[in-house]
Design a protein around this ligand. Structure first.
Ligand code: SF4
Length: 227
């Protein structure tokens, strides 16, 4: 009887983090270029493209959201959809120019599921493992930009940067000292304001968001500018 000997191919180790892709001496430009081809988690398959952070190195404030949305995924820029427009309005009302801040997300690809009817793509929260896979990009952005204040927008960003126990509801606006930046704080994500049940509630929530941004603006004015 012939004996079949099958050769077992060694299993390729699955890359579970973007860490090996981070360039030496990262700048926002180098990072953006390197992240274009990232396949460190499966979200590259569902998103159209990597949506990397935007802004200048040396921006004093870094705003960190959860992930790009439908509009951002299509055009390849962060915070350009309805939530981005609300963010622009709130920054303007708080006296902060959008080009003074660096905007980015914890996860750089759009995670979505198809709507039950129609062609709409419905946002789906990234998993812990996807957040961890993408985290090296955010850490490298922080290293390259060196913001004085990192502002987490919403619970996903807040818990990714400040720990799973952090509650945006209870700890919103708290200034947390961190190894990431001199101050890290958290507020709501502008998309949550868009989901307010009525106009009055939306107006109140937006004003509270503007107040959070004004408070951070006042803090920055008190801090000596880094040389
Ligand atoms: S979500 Fe992040 S880690 Fe995953 S493929 Fe996209 S850039 Fe890479």
């Amino acid at each position: 009887m012939a004996i079949r000997i099958s050769r077992l191919e060694p299993k390729k180790a699955k890359q579970t983090t973007a860490a090996p892709l981070i360039p030496l001496n990262p700048t926002p430009e180098k990072l953006r270029a390197a992240a274009k081809g990232c396949q460190a988690c499966d979200l590259w398959k569902s998103g159209t493209q990597t949506v990397f952070g935007e802004g200048t190195a040396g921006a004093r404030m870094m705003l960190v959201g959860e992930q790009p949305g439908d509009s951002e995924d299509r055009v390849g820029h962060p915070f350009v959809g309805p939530a981005g427009r609300l963010l622009d309005e709130a920054l303007a009302e708080a006296g902060i120019k959008r080009d003074e801040v660096y905007v980015t997300n914890v996860v750089k690809h759009f995670k979505w599921v198809p709507a039950e009817r129609g062609k709409r793509r419905i946002h789906k929260k990234p998993s812990y493992s996807e957040i961890m896979a993408c985290r090296p990009w955010l850490d490298a952005e922080i290293e390259a930009v060196k913001p004085e204040v990192v502002v987490c927008l919403g619970v996903t960003a807040a818990q990714a940067l400040l720990g799973k126990e952090f509650s945006v509801t209870r700890q919103r606006g708290e200034l947390v000292k961190s190894s990431l930046a001199p101050f890290v704080t958290a507020t709501v994500h502008p998309s949550s304001i868009l989901r307010a049940i009525d106009q009055e509630s939306r107006h109140q929530q937006k004003q509270a968001f503007v107040e959070d941004l004004k408070k951070i603006g006042r803090l920055l004015r008190k801090l000596p500018r880094a040389a």
